[in-house]
Design a protein around this ligand. Structure first.
Ligand code: ATP
Length: 199
């Protein structure tokens, strides 16, 4: 699977639409300090569903929208889309090319899209789960993560291996099922209370 294209419009320092094509091999991004290199990584993390503003180096979500410059007005919406070649079928979908997109408006409204169709964030996280790609996965390795893995902070090493070996999705499903079971347990005890009252 290959990252093939990133489109950014209105996200952080990108007031104009910018399209980055990633060829095979290594792509390097170079530029002076403060020119927006890290904002590209933030954009990738964001479109993959990152909700923690700290991980995006922002104080609040609205701060990801282009805030204008001396000569340009702020924009009302940030939009990022990311395209993957799914030629090896790693992502569990019939499409050989997958484009995900995220939009965020100053009003606070937001939208996720999968191949141009509005979807839930959950659809995107489910699609990428155990692929090694995700806002919180090892596809994006920051210096901070290297420290966490070396120090094994919050079980970071185990989490990494769980994602790589493809068991994260089962752990998540187990958590969801246990939560549902808890709900059923509570419903059952309520039914028993009612039955007691009737008898
Ligand atoms: P360095 O090499 O110093 O790490 P960099 O190339 O990685 O720099 P970034 O951190 O990606 O640079 O970009 C920082 C720039 O992005 C700053 O100039 C900042 O003003 C700008 N920026 C961040 N958020 C916004 C926003 N919402 N609107 C406009 N500009 C923004």
């Amino acid at each position: 699977m290959q990252l093939s294209k990133l489109e950014i419009k209105g996200f952080k320092s990108f007031g104009d639409r910018v399209v980055l094509h990633f060829d095979q091999g290594i792509t390097g991004v170079v530029g002076p300090n403060g020119s927006g290199k890290s904002n590209i990584v933030d954009a990738i993390r964001w479109v993959l569903g990152e909700q923690k503003t700290r991980a995006l180096r922002s104080d609040k979500m609205e701060s990801v929208i282009f805030n204008g410059t001396k000569k340009r007005k702020p924009l009302q919406m940030a939009e990022v889309s990311l395209t993957f070649l799914n030629d090896k079928g790693i992502l569990p979908t019939e499409y050989s090319e997958v484009t995900i997109a995220r939009r965020y408006y100053r009003s606070g409204d937001s939208e996720y899209l999968l191949n141009g169709v509005v979807c839930r964030l959950k659809d995107i996280t489910n699609l990428f789960m155990d692929s090694g790609i995700g806002s919180d996965s090892y596809a994006i390795i920051e210096l901070r993560m290297v420290d966490d893995i070396l120090n094994d902070r919050e079980n970071a090493r185990r989490t990494l291996f769980e994602e790589a070996s493809g068991i994260s999705k089962f752990k998540l499903r187990k958590r969801e099922t246990l939560r549902k079971l808890e709900g059923v347990d509570q419903d059952l005890s309520r039914v028993q209370d009612v039955l007691h009252e009737i008898h």
